[in-house]
Design a protein around this ligand. Sequence first.
Ligand code: IPD
Ligand code: CA
Ligand code: CA
Ligand code: CA
Length: 266
Amino acid sequence: MARSALLNVMVQAAFKAGKSLARDFGEVQNLQVSLKGPGDYVSQADRKAEKLIRDELLKARPTYGFLGEESEEIKGTDGAHRWIVDPLDGTTNFLHGIPFFASSIALERNGEIVAAVVLNPATDELYTAEKGGGAFLNDRRLRVAARKELSDSVIACGVPHLGRGNHGKFLIELRHVMGEAAGIRRMGAASLDLAYVAAGRFDGYWERDLSAWDMAAGILLVREAGGFVSDLDGGNAMLDAGNVVCGNEYVRKALFEVLHRPVPTR
Ligand code: IPD
Ligand code: CA
Ligand code: CA
Ligand code: CA
């Protein structure tokens, strides 16, 4: 597996953040934590990781734009390129000592995601992809699962935050999917949910009310592993719409249809 120079920069940035996150994960009780909104926590660990990633990426490509969850967007003088970064995806897991969290780094070129890195430093799992070059977990090439029926499929989802998103709509969708799928999971880190679809661990995944940094890298991982990704209108505007549905060709389509079933009248 040959990585481009740019992907290597992204991997190095993720490893720097990963080291810092792993240290902080070991003494999570000492971290300063604040609330952004109900049930929506941010810690020193998130901010430190973002600074490490931002410094590394902007040192390598000073003209690129930078969109990260924890800092002001930098527009960049190069209008074509933008980094999209979630320094710590799965903050709630992290703060509860649950080793399911990641740093997620994507590179967008002319509005298209062309390179992706997702690193879970707690499990040493590094997911990488470049457009046209396949997706990898460490050195292993990834392929989405082959199951065709929802009744054989494990489907991941996200539950809207306290005070955010449409809880009623989510419950209707969940009820419909529960009636069809072999199993449902809510793991709590969108970038890894997508990476798990790429790795064939989950057959499908959907979530609403996401931000671009939650999804950008994971979307490329799924596509480069042979999967299909759309927004919940069936288009390709996931980052703007803030929602996503994916799987292999069959599961994405079946899941999309179930999610659009009419609401039961009683
Ligand atoms: C969250 C995670 C979670 C998803 C939330 C996100 P954060 O990101 O990806 O799985 O359900 O909507 O906000 O805040 O931990 O980076
Ligand atoms: Ca957050
Ligand atoms: Ca996130
Ligand atoms: Ca985050």
